[in-house]
Design a protein around this ligand. Structure first.
Ligand code: ATP
Ligand code: LTN
Length: 329
């Protein structure tokens, strides 16, 4: 079986974007790949976090993985800081990553844009080599990511190839990205030029949170911005709001864009929005009912502990291998 890894950072309450762009796909992948999924808590602290919220979001995401259908018997679920090798390899990779490369990262540019240099943590700058460490420790073949993370995967490959060439041996497996076409970038419901994000506008009407009241989510869809054309047609450049709702609908219903356009070809936006709102509401209700069964039980701690042990075993072996190659051991 080919190997695969991905993670979500607990930098806010998880969103419908995280579900459609990430978690939902992981559920499929667990049957086809040896899958590792983790909660990237170190990546979360590259932006200042409230300690209680960070802890809560970490466990919420772990629970959501399971509530959304990940089966701990089929895949390995763990918390990044439970496996110290991530930070360790992260530092090593910092030494093989160039300032110029990191300066070009669009996520760094976006997240540091409105902050002055004296208050941007260096961790935000060195975010990509830590992400590379997450990936390269497990010799994975594939990394499923949203569009926003493609550049980070490319730098991961560059770093791995660089080290393999420098030491003239196959230290690292070079991973490939998998970007799903539908739902790769769900947009804000209020400003469809921006991505739906858990950390950018935490209280925003543009963002649907997986753990929010499903009726509130329903209303957010009903008040999503659209256009004046009254035509349910996928055209992200000219009809970003409607195209975003189509993406949400198609992903949650598991239908193609063509099927959706056909289904609503004679409908007005009110009817279409209701259909989207309904499926969003039902999806949240289902996830939340399973979430409640797991979140405050010993079972969750057990699953995370098992995941930690499995991940540690692989990561420590790989780290030792690299340390030997570069002369640290
Ligand atoms: P932030 O909003 O704090 O930058 P994020 O949600 O983008 O966080 P992660 O939590 O690490 O970042 O993302 C986990 C996964 O969810 C990634 O694969 C990411 O690409 C995907 N994802 C996040 N937001 C969206 C979105 N709006 N549409 C599609 N996929 C998304
Ligand atoms: N940077 C990613 C989260 C992340 C990740 C990873 C994804 C951290 N490490 C390793 C895939 C593989 C994000 O913001 N979505």
């Amino acid at each position: 079986m080919k190997k695969m890894i991905s993670g979500i950072k607990p930098s806010g309450s998880p969103t419908l974007g995280n579900y459609i762009g990430a978690i939902k796909n992981f559920v499929h992948y667990q049957n086809e790949y040896e899958l590792y999924v983790f909660i990237a808590d170190l990546h979360a602290i590259t932006i200042r976090q409230d300690p209680l919220e960070l802890k809560r979001n970490t466990l919420d995401i772990a629970t959501l993985y399971i509530a959304c259908g990940l089966n701990p018997n089929k895949c390995t679920i763990f918390v990044q800081t439970d496996v110290l090798e991530h930070a360790n390899l992260g530092f090593i990779l910092n030494c093989f990553t160039y300032m110029g490369e990191l300066t070009r990262m669009t996520q760094f540019k976006e997240k540091s844009q409105n902050t002055n240099n004296d208050s941007i943590g260096v961790g935000l700058f060195t975010y990509p080599p830590l992400m590379a460490a997450d990936i390269l420790l497990y010799d994975v073949d594939y990394v499923p990511v949203g569009e926003d993370q493609v550049q980070h995967l490319e730098i991961t490959r560059d770093i791995a190839i660089r080290i393999n060439n420098l030491y003239n041996q196959k230290v690292f497996v070079i991973p490939d990205k998998i970007v799903n076409k539908v739902g790769a970038r769900i947009k804000s419901l209020q400003d469809p030029s921006k991505k739906m994000s858990k950390s950018e506008d935490p209280s925003d009407k543009g963002c649907i949170f997986l753990l929010e009241d499903p009726n509130k989510a329903y209303k957010k869809i009903m008040s999503a911005v659209t256009d004046n054309e009254m035509l349910v047609k996928y055209d992200p450049d000219n009809k970003p709001g409607i195209s975003n709702l189509i993406q949400i609908y198609c992903s949650l219903k598991d239908v193609s864009i063509e099927t959706c356009e056909e289904e609503f070809k004679d409908s007005n936006y009110g009817t279409f929005k209701k259909a989207v709102a309904e499926i969003v509401k039902t999806t949240l209700e289902n996830i939340q009912s399973r979430f409640k069964e797991i979140r405050y039980t010993d079972k969750l701690a057990e699953i995370l502990n098992e995941g930690k042990l499995k991940a540690q075993k692989i990561a420590s072996k790989k780290l030792l291998e690299i340390e030997k190659v570069i002369g640290l051991k």
